[in-house]
Design a protein around this ligand. Structure first.
Ligand code: NAD
Length: 383
């Protein structure tokens, strides 16, 4: 097979997401499988150029994986005509500037969410990319999770009848950092550094709800900072200025009501770290990262409320596992492959900077709804 290379400047690969999901599990995994088969006797071959602020950290990653290109000079990489795609998984607050430069330099864009810290910036990026004619994509990994792919299959197959409601439960305990190290970066808990669970998770909920059930028409949210003091990577105490929990109600087109709790201050009593229950007139389903279980109308038990008697039924056992019926790849990798095909072949790709701006919009409106204590409409965005 002949190789067709696509050169990707990857900025933020020393971070959690950039290293594990994007470099190792996506780009290097694509190389390990021999590239992306384009179906014409050629394979698309990604060549990463690692970009970051710390030379020694980039060098060490490059050496670990047999790569030989890295740089701390973002401007130089953007003026390098051999680079096709700019990828960004930096801290959120650093993203908008870097993306703007990369678009202006004519690079195709692939980026983590949120694409900017505010809607104006996110929309401006989408418009700029459109005007420059570059291709652009935003990570929407949850749509590619096995559990949600199976849920989507149920939706598309009409399993639910009329969908009534969606209830999402996301979260786990993030250690404060004093007694046990925190398992997430400390900037996530400081709003001045782009942190906060609304800014982080509402972009995900926007595309999940939109992609599976319909556009979000309104939002009502309550954001809270339950843990006001945390300890950072150096063990220094700091004030957690950002929200660590958010309780949101979203009205979707078609009348579906979605309610999603997001929290880094809950202990898990669920099968998975995120779960969505969908109830419809004909059936219900509960989907997590990997599993999806369904209960049809015909198999629905008839519980009778009686607090005087212990429960005699095992309600969880009354659900049926939805089969995989296929193999699921890592969600980040699956989306990278679609994006790189889009770049190479011009195949359709919907998860672009305008879609990314919708996520930023929902986060912004969620925070405003919480601050003002009222439900807000979500206007349709356009270029
Ligand atoms: N798609 C998802 O599921 C998902 C999950 C977690 C995070 N994210 C997003 O990915 C991005 C990175 O998150 P992460 O958890 O990997 O963060 P991280 O702190 O682990 O990594 C941040 C990266 O940005 C770089 N950086 C650039 N400027 C910086 C600065 N001024 N201060 C600190 N670091 C700086 C760091 O060197 C590092 O490479 C965020 O925008 C976040 O919203 C997405």
């Amino acid at each position: 097979m002949t190789r067709r290379t696509v050169r990707i400047a990857m900025n933020g690969v020393t971070g959690r997401m950039g290293y594990r999901q994007h470099l190792v599990r996506s780009i290097l995994a694509i190389r390990e499988q021999g590239g992306i088969d384009l179906g014409d006797g050629s394979a698309l071959w990604p060549e990463p150029v690692l970009v970051g602020r710390r030379d020694f950290a980039l060098k060490s990653i490059a050496e670990r994986h047999g790569l030989d290109e890295w740089t701390t000079d973002l401007d130089a990489v953007l003026t390098d005509g051999s680079i096709d795609v700019y990828f960004d998984s930096q801290v959120t607050s650093a993203r908008e500037d870097a993306l703007r430069k990369a678009i202006a330099a004519g690079k195709h864009i692939y980026t983590e969410k949120p694409t900017a810290t505010g809607l104006d910036g996110a929309l401006a990026l989408a418009r700029l990319a459109h005007a420059e004619g570059v291709k652009h994509g935003v990570v929407q990994d949850k749509l590619f999770l096995p559990g949600l792919l199976k849920l989507k299959r149920l939706v598309d197959g009409g399993f639910f009848g009329r969908i009534l409601s969606v209830r999402g439960e996301f979260g786990y305990w993030v250690f404060e950092g004093d007694w046990q190290e925190a398992q997430r970066p400390s900037w996530n808990y400081r709003s001045e550094d782009g942190g906060g669970i609304v800014v982080d998770m509402f972009p995900h909920w926007e595309y999940v709800l939109h992609g599976l059930f319909g556009k979000v028409n309104s939002v009502q949210a309550h954001a809270a900072t339950h843990i006001p003091r945390r300890w950072d990577e150096q063990g220094r105490g700091y004030e957690a200025t950002a929200d660590d929990s958010a309780y949101g109600i979203f009205e979707l087109e078609g009348g579906v009501v979605a309610q999603i709790n997001s929290s880094w201050a809950v202990r898990v009593n669920r099968d998975e770290l995120v779960e969505f229950q969908v109830d419809g007139t004909e059936g219900s389903a509960v989907a997590g990262l990997r599993r999806c279980r369904a209960q049809h109308r015909s198999g629905t038990p008839k519980p009778v409320w009686n607090p005087d008697l212990p429960a005699t039924e095992s309600f969880r056992e009354q659900w049926q596992e939805v089969p995989d019926n296929g193999e699921f790849d890592n969600g980040f990798k699956a989306q990278w492959e679609l994006f790189l095909r889009h770049v190479a072949l011009g195949t359709p790709y919907d998860w672009d900077l305008l879609a990314g701006a919708r996520g930023v919009q929902l986060a912004e409106l969620g925070l405003r709804s919480s601050a003002e204590g009222r439900r807000l409409p979500v206007p349709e965005l356009s270029l």
